[in-house]
Design a protein around this ligand. Structure first.
Ligand code: NAD
Length: 471
């Protein structure tokens, strides 16, 4: 068969690209081993983890509600049912993407692709047999896999990566989470809410190394209450499976004064992901891979091989689904002859912990590192009527502004629902809004969105709910 476009990899990058290409009238094939489009994000990443986090938040909220005079008692957890709920969420979404592919006449081929040359590939099909496909263009969107350093590689089902942890094999009495990043904190929160005593070890001096510290501090205050231990500047030096659990030797701040040897029922290793760029047959093309394993592309998502484009986790960080989708759509528009490029001013990042943490555009840390002069304008959620009604004053909204133009360069948020609120920041940054634009946009009362408006008012020293003596 011959197609104008073949997309290899059916995650949010690949399927967004395939769907848009079909909408633009191209003949399209999408190759992926899973039963339907969805990729890691939908099958074993963003989506199942968010279903579990929703439940975890409910458990936490129900516990907290005794402070408001409502006591639900201890939760009774039916793990099979919970797993079923999570699996149903995945099934519903992936059935949907499968239907959408059919409606658009995207040929979905279940299998693994091997490039034969710059215009053809072979698919080893899941249900047997091979199919050779000719293409005018291909988009590589094969994503990423958990990076497990050799020292943390233990062949024992009690040592889990994120995929295994999402299967909820049981609720271990004790869980060690190696890595205080996105996955460690999100999945660690799920297990903690379900009743595990969770210890997080992070080798750097702080959780979520890429995020601004004032935001992380708010999250850390809450995390240290829900987790048994959060140990910074601590690393695992040895890990061995034994009959009574996983014996772990730790080194660093966390175990100072204590025993460096600890035993855990289970371990979750979440120390980052690596690009899945070892695509068979890639060497038969001019596609270049850099020293970190990322496929080299330009701002139009072109590789060094004119017929082949690449998008998503395989082309670089941040490894986020929404970045991949956007890049996929750019690649398709370029293939369709449009003069476009990936030039997002803001790629939002959200950590779905409780409270959530989100940021977009320039961070304060990046500004500092680059020596860029900025003004940071903060609104604490203790002054937000809506946050008080929710009993969720554990939040902060901040704007990072250019002192000359008053342009909004970055937005940082921590608090309940921060992941939803950040979208307004993205729009503001993309549209080149300044503090006055945000200040003059009437925000609904009482909502958490007002914290965005009021942080712009803080910039002018005129926030209704923050008193600053006149200078
Ligand atoms: P991460 O990069 O977010 O965090 C890994 C953490 O592990 C870092 O803090 C790092 O310092 C630490 N670390 C590394 N080696 C260590 C060691 N030996 N001992 C202790 N700590 C160690 O990686 P992740 O949590 O595995 O997630 C991978 C990627 O997946 C993320 O970077 C993100 O791009 C994506 N992701 C996004 C979301 C989301 O958008 N909400 C959720 C999950 C994953």
């Amino acid at each position: 068969m011959s197609y104008q476009l073949v997309v290899v990899g059916g995650g949010p990058g690949g399927y967004a690209a395939a769907f848009l290409a079909a909408d633009l009238g191209l003949s399209v094939a999408l190759v992926d081993p899973e039963p339907n489009p969805g990729g890691v994000c939908v099958y074993r990443g963003c989506i199942p983890s968010k279903a579990l986090l929703h439940v975890a938040n409910l458990v936490t909220e129900a516990k907290h509600s005794s402070a408001w005079g409502i006591d639900f008692g201890a939760p009774k957890i039916d793990l099979d049912k919970l797993r079923g709920f999570k699996n149903d969420v995945v099934k519903r979404l992936t059935n949907g993407t499968g239907q959408l592919a059919k409606f658009r006449k995207v040929q979905y081929i279940r299998g693994m692709a091997e490039l034969l040359d710059p215009h053809s590939l072979k698919v080893r099909k899941i249900d047997g047999g091979d199919e050779t496909i000719q293409f005018d263009h291909a988009i590589l969107a094969t994503g990423s896999v958990p990076a497990i350093p050799p020292m943390l590689k233990v062949e024992d089902p009690r040592v889990m990566d994120s995929t295994a942890a999402l299967e909820l094999p049981d609720i271990p009495k004790s869980l060690l989470v190696v890595g205080g990043g996105y996955i460690g904190l999100e999945l660690g929160s799920v297990y903690a809410a379900l009743g595990s005593a969770v210890t997080v070890v992070e080798m750097t001096p702080g959780l979520l190394p890429g995020a601004d510290r004032d935001l992380v501090d708010v999250l850390a205050r809450s995390i240290t209450k829900t987790m048994k231990n959060v140990w910074l500047n601590t690393r695992v030096v040895q890990m061995k499976a034994g009959p009574s659990g996983i014996r772990v030797t730790l080194e660093g701040e966390g175990v100072k004064g204590g025993s460096p040897e600890q035993v855990f029922d289970r371990v979750l290793v979440a120390v980052g992901r690596r690009p899945n760029s070892k695509i068979p047959g890639l060497e038969r093309t001019r596609v270049a891979v850099n020293e970190r394993g990322f496929i080299v592309v330009d701002e139009q998502m072109r590789t060094d091989e004119p017929s082949i484009f690449a998008i998503g986790d395989i082309v670089g960080e941040p490894m986020l689904a929404h970045k991949a989708s956007h890049e996929g759509r750019v690649a398709v528009e370029v293939i369709a002859g449009e003069n476009v490029a990936f030039e997002a001013r803001a790629i939002p990042a959200v950590v779905f912990t409780d409270p959530e943490l989100a940021w977009a555009g320039l961070t304060e840390a990046q500004a500092e590192k680059n020596g860029r002069k900025v003004v940071v304008s903060k609104f604490p959620w203790g002054a937000s009527g809506r946050a008080i009604t929710l009993d969720r004053v554990d939040g902060l909204t901040k704007l990072i502004l250019d002192p000359e133009t008053e342009r909004i360069l970055g937005v940082g948020l921590v608090g309940a629902g921060a992941g939803e609120l950040i979208a307004e920041g993205v729009l503001a940054i993309e549209m080149g809004a300044n503090a006055t634009d945000l200040k003059l946009s009437i925000h609904p009362h009482p909502t958490l969105t007002e914290t965005m408006m009021e942080s712009a008012e803080v910039f002018f020293g005129q926030a209704t709910h923050v008193y600053r003596p006149r200078r």
